[in-house]
Design a protein around this ligand. Sequence first.
Ligand SMILES: [Zn+2]
Ligand SMILES: [Zn+2]
Length: 187
Amino acid sequence: MLRKARAYCGLIGVRREVKEYWKIVPGGEARLEEIRWDISIPEDICTFNTEAFWLVLPNHYKTINKAELESALHAIEHALLTVIPKWINCDPNDIKGAYTTECPKSGGNPIIFIFDKYPGGIGLARSCFQRIHDMLRDCIRLIETCKCKEETGCPSCIQTSRCERQNKNLNKKLALKILKEVTPNSL
Ligand SMILES: [Zn+2]
Ligand SMILES: [Zn+2]
């Protein structure tokens, strides 16, 4: 049993849409321009159903400043994506995460999703769900044992090269606090 949080496993619908992109110099790292794309182009929207597990966090976290809570959920998502391949022996590119500070379908609670990247699912999220306690404890270990001092973490703990948000908005300290509060035998 998770403390104060609930974990579920099932089918979810995923919708992917381009919201912003960068213009860059080919072969270089310089960003020429960051472009927000406010219009929806149906051909660029990808939707599919897949298997997922999700953590519903207690309602009281909503009292935390929204941007701060978002950065903690983002960090927990990254930590999970980092430890999962070790526990279920999968390719890190076969799973993906998402989070929201307020999910209307769960009574408005904050949620973190981990899902199979393939339509219909390939059983990875289901396997994760069976090891959820081990994985959450491993996330705590990953963050606690990293010696980096920055709140935004480092590539050894909560940063990942697969982040589509360029590792922006990460909060290691708050992520650790939440993980310890919801994981059994962790305090
Ligand atoms: Zn670190
Ligand atoms: Zn990210």
